[in-house]
Each structure stands twice: as C-alpha cells, then as structure tokens.
Design a protein around this ligand. Structure first.
Ligand code: NDP
Length: 329
C-alpha cells in the first residue's frame, strides 16, 4: 500500500518536493482497530498551516511521517465490536490508501443519504463551517445583504446558497476567474465578480450598491479591507479563513481601515468549526434535506490517484478547484 509523507516544510507556496510517495506494508490490527480501504481523501487549506513548524490551534505535521486529514472508505477488517466489516466510515487518516484506525474514532456514514464524498464536504466539516459561520458567528438575519469571498470554493459556495434560501436581501460572491463567476450566477448569487479584475473595494461597491450587512471572510487581506469599507452600521464579519496569507513568508498588514469598526460598530468574529460542534446535528438534518430536495447544489473537483494528492493540495491553494477539492483513491 502507499502513503504520502511530508519530507520538508514549505516556505511560501508548497512544492511537489515537499512530499514523497512511500510504499509500505499494511499494518496489523490491534484490538479495537479497523482497517479501512480509503475511497476519498480531502485536501483542505488548513493543512498548509500544519506544514509549517509554528504553534497554532493544531500541532504541526511531523516530517517523514504520513500526512493526516479527513477520508472516507470501506472497512475491510475489524477488531472493533462497534464497526462491522463492509461499513462505510469517515475518519482522519487520509493521505494513504489503507488506514488502520481505532474503531472508537471512526464515524459510520449512511451512503444512502448522499454520495460518500459529500461527507467530506457539504455534509461534513465544510458544510458545518458554512452553516454555523453564517448563522452563529455572523448572526445572519433575514433581510441581510451578504458578501462571501472564496465564493466558488467548498465553504463559500455553500455560504451563498444558504444565505439566499434563508432570506438574504442580496448575496454577492467573489472568485478568481470568469468561469467561477459564471458558476456563482448559476448557483443563484445576485452578483459576483472576479477579484483579479480591479480593486476589490470598487467591484464590491458596484455589486452591493446598498452596502452589506454580513461578510463571510475566507480570504483576508484586501478582501477584508474592502468589506470593512462597504459594511453598513452594525455589520458583522465571520472571520473564517485568510487564504490569501497562508503562503506568506512575512507578517501581513492588517486592514488599513480597521478603525472604521468603531464608528460603524462592526463585529469581527473569528471562529473555528469545532466551536459549533453542538450545532452538528441541527446542521446535518437541514443539509440532508437541502441536498435531497435540490435546494443546495454541490460542486466537487476530483483528482484520481494517491500519487496526485500533493498536486491536488498545491492546486487548491491556487484556485484549481470549483467546490470541494477531493482525491479519489
Ligand atoms: P476552497 O474550496 O475555498 O479552496 C480555496 C480557494 O481559495 C481556492 O479555490 C481559491 O479560489 C481561493 N484563493 C486562493 N488564494 C487566494 C487569494 N490570494 N485571494 C483570494 N482567494 C484565493 O477551500 P475551503 O472552502 O475548504 O476553505 C475556505 C476557507 O475557509 C479557507 O480560508 C479555510 O482555511 C477556511 N476554513 C476555516 C474553517 C474554520 O473552522 N474556521 C474550517 C474550514 C475552512 P479562487 O480561484 O477564487 O482564487
């Protein structure tokens, strides 16, 4: 079987040489463990942070060891009373074709509810991030005008659709190509723009002439500064991610207009999806309904083969995905 190791820490954008494909034997099962043949693994922006040797809310990945991350697959062998052979499970040992995992740490999923891959995205951590970030971190209310960056990505595309069907007065998205902008219009966004076409603040003002009440920030930097300028009084920002800065090698400047938060009485609420674990049940029920009745559309970009996982991750950070970036093993 094969696994991907991190062999050196990226400085700036990750490069193929930071990773290595390693042949190894399938480990034996200890009591309580299960052997999973992974079908899908997730690559996520947060993994970039874990590739650097800095203290964060999650520890760095060790070098010369398999990377980790969410994955789904089928249980081939089990010494756990709770997890039968043949079950489809979600667990955290991605970046490898076969995973040995404690039975207590896997989640059995019901593949009749949605395709297995959706549990790594719309029905999983990505979906909960979008839902809880919008509803709880940003305290969305009916009638709000919402702006989301990274809008053609996994989290962003869900934020826009959830806001729209929850009674937003206007939903605006930004993304990095004209194809992605066209996709946002198909998904029901009221306006969308390519952030590479000019200053974000100008594009945002044109797209939201009456201002915005909520900004869901996936990007940071110039986008956050533009949103602070365009937010209406008492506006709220869900600070979810700052992907424009993840490859930075120097400290990045704060928004130059930060003092506007005073007069406008803005709230900037950073959050981690884990903060809202208690909303997971409420979210899963709603999202399963939205997927079943077609009110949420779910895009995926799927790369094939474990050997292509590093490239999938590298491309994710450069916008090579529409919707959730996944690797099929
Ligand atoms: P996406 O599917 O959105 O993929 C990342 C996207 O970021 C790319 O497709 C690219 O799209 C965009 N991007 C890359 N560089 C830049 C840049 N310089 N400026 C603007 N956009 C850029 O990933 P996710 O949906 O998984 O994650 C979205 C954000 O949410 C990330 O910041 C992530 O870290 C964060 N996150 C936070 C969580 C939390 O608990 N707080 C949990 C999950 C995710 P484009 O072509 O449009 O540039």
């Amino acid at each position: 079987t094969r696994e991907i190791h991190l062999v050196s820490r990226p400085s700036g954008p990750p490069l193929p040489d930071n990773f290595s494909l390693v042949e190894t034997a399938v480990p034996d099962l200890n009591d309580g463990e299960v052997l999973v043949a992974n079908h899908y693994m997730s690559v996520d922006p947060y993994m970039r942070g874990r590739m650097s040797d800095v203290k964060s809310y999650v520890p760095p990945f060790p070098l010369d060891a398999p990377l980790e991350g969410a994955a789904t697959g089928e249980v081939l062998a089990s010494s756990s009373a709770d997890v039968p052979v043949g079950a489809t499970v979600l667990h955290n040992r991605g970046w490898r074709e076969h995973a040995v995992v404690p039975g207590s740490s896997v989640k059995t999923i019901d593949p009749t509810l949605a395709p297995e891959s959706a549990f790594l995205g719309a029905l999983g951590m990505t979906g909960l991030t979008a839902y809880a970030g919008l509803m709880y971190a940003a305290r969305f209310a009916e009638g709000d005008a919402v702006f989301v960056s990274g809008a053609a990505g996994a989290v962003g595309s869900l934020v826009g659709q959830i806001a729209k069907m929850s009674g937003a007065s206007r939903v605006v998205g930004s993304a990095g190509s004209s194809e992605k902008v066209a996709r946002l219009e198909e998904l029901g966004f009221d306006a969308a723009f390519n952030y590479r076409d000019g200053p974000v603040v100008d594009s945002l003002r044109r797209a939201a002439p009456d201002g915005i009440d909520v900004y869901f920030d996936n990007v940071g930097g110039e986008h956050l500064e533009a949103a602070i300028s365009v937010l209406n009084a008492h506006g709220r920002v869900a600070v979810c991610g700052a992907i424009s800065q993840y490859n930075a090698t120097e400290p990045t400047p704060a928004p130059r207009n930060l003092s506007l938060v005073i007069g406008k009485q803005l709230t900037l609420q950073g959050f981690l999806v884990g903060t809202y674990a208690d909303k997971a049940e409420e979210f899963a029920q709603k999202m399963a309904g939205w997927l079943a009745d077609g009110s949420v559309t779910w895009d995926e970009t799927v790369r094939d083969g474990l050997e292509n996982a590093p490239a999938a991750f590298i491309d994710l950070l450069q916008g090579g995905n529409t919707g959730k970036m996944l690797v099929r093993l």
